[in-house]
Design a protein around this ligand. Structure first.
Ligand SMILES: [Zn+2]
Length: 188
């Protein structure tokens, strides 16, 4: 009788240890998960855009156009925000023309904003729709999406012309976007 109760006690003790262990493991993995999430968020963090911030390329205030904001951050902690992708690209191609303190070698983070989710993503991860009927504050734009599927849906819904990646952007394309009136025409 005494032995039985000892065994039962021992069993209870062992199973509580097991439950405790499982709980700790779960807590550990939850902790790791939240750390990972925090790191991902930190990776794509936009530096705050003030009311007085102007686009260094066209001179327009950036804050009134939150959907179109893009940003380039620099090694020394400075950043420039832009009122769209065209200005972002013009700066990217020739930073010195607009800023005598920074060059492309100082870029640390280049953020563009997914048109549907409003999430900030790295410029070279995005799919850009051109030639659609959605215009930005500076007219025709390159409209960024995190996924190709979403870019395709947008292209169909808004009569876009093409989906391109960042490495396909040229100053010639930017000029065409600038000069296009209602409809963008690409010869090739
Ligand atoms: Zn601008």
């Amino acid at each position: 009788m005494k032995k039985d109760s000892y065994l039962t006690d021992r069993r209870i003790f062992l199973s509580s240890l097991l439950v405790l262990g499982m709980g700790l493991c779960e807590a550990n993995s939850l902790f790791a998960l939240s750390l990972k999430r925090k790191r991902v968020q930190a990776k794509n963090l936009l530096m705050p855009v003030s009311d007085k911030e102007r686009c260094p390329v066209c001179g327009m205030f950036v804050r009134p156009y939150p959907k179109w904001i893009t940003q380039i951050q620099f090694r020394d902690g400075h950043h420039h925000s832009f009122d769209g992708m065209k200005c972002f690209c013009r700066f990217y191609f020739d930073a010195r023309k607009f800023d005598d303190r920074h060059t492309a070698a100082d870029f640390t983070k280049l953020l563009v904003r997914d048109y549907y989710t409003l999430k900030f993503i790295d410029h070279d991860k995005a799919y850009y729709v051109i030639g659609s009927d959605v215009l930005g504050p500076m007219g025709h734009e390159l409209i960024p999406f995190e996924s190709r599927e979403r870019a395709k849906i947008f292209l169909i819904d808004h009569r876009g012309l093409k989906i391109i990646r960042f490495n396909e952007v040229t100053t010639e394309l930017l000029d065409r976007l600038d000069h296009a009136r209602k409809t963008l025409v690409l010869d090739d």
